[in-house]
Design a protein around this ligand. Structure first.
Ligand SMILES: Nc1ncnc2c1ncn2[C@@H]1O[C@H](COP(=O)(O)OP(=O)(O)OP(=O)(O)O)[C@@H](O)[C@H]1O
Length: 270
């Protein structure tokens, strides 16, 4: 809570973001805020601009106009690495893991990146670092693996892990960086209904236990409506609705643009 204003700024915020690709307006004056310890969902039909906004927030794409703020600081011109140092973590639609490392080693490596950066290179060079884990690191890695239901997989190499398990590992690894906000890029992509339900339950637990904020960019509208505090809906680069899941579900504009058309189906362009 800020003593000056009496309000806590959002963990991350887009203000009036516009992105053009040649003549195409991919995002038009889009604003969205992710408050502390909240789950914010971003949905929209194919081509709505979700990935573009994700790229702008994560620092991979500069907006043509508008701003991105983290905890009240303007980070519009800051690199992805600089945003990570401010507490931003992200996952990828296709988990990016190191085939030679085990599940636990992924979490340990991320923990060291955040807490004992200097050890990473010596550990990689000597190859022995993972066997000499300090107590804090051991405890934290163990707790994260347990929180994500990965304890039983801790010593498995990641090659050959089922997709659902790889996604949970990506989230555990991101949490090892102690982020204030975690951007999730299509976390349910490729998962079946049971795996998606498990993922939703795990993510809700993570928010409750770690106080981290989530921005969930998803095709699976039901997943987003089921677990978000606030949902934003894009359509053709314009924000057409925002509110509680109940409000968004009842919004005729959303129904017309998206839900009523049968989400997940390909659309023809207007
Ligand atoms: N690098 C690019 N160059 C040109 N056009 C692009 C580029 N990236 C995205 N677009 C266009 O911008 C619009 C928004 O795309 P974006 O990928 O952000 O939508 P999306 O909501 O993530 O779609 P999907 O759900 O299909 O992934 C689309 O019309 C897309 O074709």
């Amino acid at each position: 809570m800020s003593a000056v204003t009496g309000t806590t700024p959002p963990r991350i915020e887009a203000r009036g973001v516009t992105v053009r690709f040649g003549g195409l307006v991919a995002l038009s004056e889009v604003s969205l805020a992710v408050p502390p310890a909240s789950v914010v969902g971003l949905v929209g039909p194919n081509g709505a601009g979700k990935s573009t906004l994700f790229a702008v927030l994560s620092g991979l794409l500069a907006p043509g106009s508008g701003a991105v703020l983290m905890d009240g600081h303007d980070v519009t011109g800051a690199s992805a690495q600089a945003r990570a140092r401010r507490g931003l973590a992200r996952t990828f639609q296709h988990p990016e893991l190191f085939p030679g490392l085990t599940v636990r080693e992924h979490v340990v490596l991320a923990y060291r990146l955040r807490h004992t950066r200097h050890r990473i290179w010596t550990d990689l060079v000597t190859g022995g670092g993972f066997r000499r884990a300090p107590v804090d690191e051991d405890r934290r890695a163990g707790a994260l693996l347990a929180a994500l239901g990965l304890t039983g997989h801790a010593h498995r190499p990641v090659s050959g892990l089922p997709l659902g398990t790889s996604r949970l590992l990506e989230i555990a690894r991101a949490l090892a960086l102690d982020p204030g906000v975690l951007l999730l890029d299509e976390p349910s992509s490729g998962l079946d209904a049971r795996e998606t339900d498990e993922l939703a339950a795990t993510l809700s637990r993570v928010v409750a236990d770690h106080g981290v904020s989530l921005l969930l960019v998803e095709h699976d509208v039901e997943l987003v409506l089921g677990m978000s505090d606030v949902v934003h809906v894009l359509d053709f680069g314009v924000k057409i609705s925002a509110g509680s899941p109940a409000e968004v579900r009842a919004d005729p504009a959303v129904r017309a643009a998206y839900l009523g058309a049968g989400h997940g189906e390909e659309r023809t362009s207007r």
